[in-house]
Ligand binder design. Sequence first.
Ligand code: MG
Length: 254
Amino acid sequence: MRPITAIGFDADDTLWQNEQYYRLTEAHFQTLLGDFAEGWHISERLLEAEKRNLAQYGFGIKGFTLSMIETAIEITEGKVPVNTISEILDIGRDLLRHPVETLPHVEETLAALNGEYLLVLITKGDLFDQERKLAQSGLGDYFDAIEIVSDKNATTYRRIFSKLADGPERAMMVGNSLKSDIVPAIAAGSYAVFVPHQLTWVLEHVEKPEAAPRFRQIQNLGDLQQVLTEITDAGTSAAIHRPPAGKSNRRDGR
Ligand SMILES: [Mg+2]
C-alpha cells in the first residue's frame, strides 16, 4: 500500500512569489505617511492593525488595504488628507494586479506528480485574488482540486484530505509557512514538507516541529520527488519486514 496518495500545496511563496509584493507596498505606504512618523513606527502600527483585524477581515489584500487606512488615520490622529487615502487605495489595487512569478522547479515538479498523486491546492486569502493568480500562473490544470479556505488548522487538513483523498494519514502538505502549512498538517496526522522562503510574514513564524517523524524540510520543490521516494521506500520495506499476523513475539498481551 502506498503510504501517500494525496499532496496538498500551499500557493503564496510556495508556488509563486507573494510576500515581496506586500513588502514593496508597505515601503510605499511608509513614504506616503513620511511626514507624520518614521518608517519603522508606521510598520509596527500597521502590523498591530493587521493582527487586530484578521478575525474580521481574514487574510488577503483587501484586509491589508483596510488596515493601511486604519493605520493612516491613527498615525495622523485623524488628519490624514483624503488624497493620501486615495493613494493607499491605489497601492492596494496595484497589489491586486501584481505579476505572477512562479518559483523554481514548481512547474516541472507538478507536471511529474500529476496523475501519480491527487494534487490539491490549499490556500487562504482573498478568493478573487487567489483565483486570478492561479489562472495567470498557468498551473491550474495540474491540480485535481482547489481549496481556498479562511484559515488553515488541523481541522482544515483533516476535512480536506478526508473528503478528497484517503484521509490525512495518507496525505502530505507542502508549504512555506510553519504556522499554516506544517504544524497543523502534522497535528492532523499528515506528512508535512517545509519549503522555506526567504520572505515570510512575521505572523506565520512558529517553532519547527523537528522531532515529528512526519516532518521534512527541502530547499525548493525540485527536491520533493526525492522525499516522496524515500517515504514510499521506507513504507514498502516496513511492510515486507512486518511479522505475519498471529506470530508476534510480544509477551505483554496488549
Ligand atoms: Mg505561503
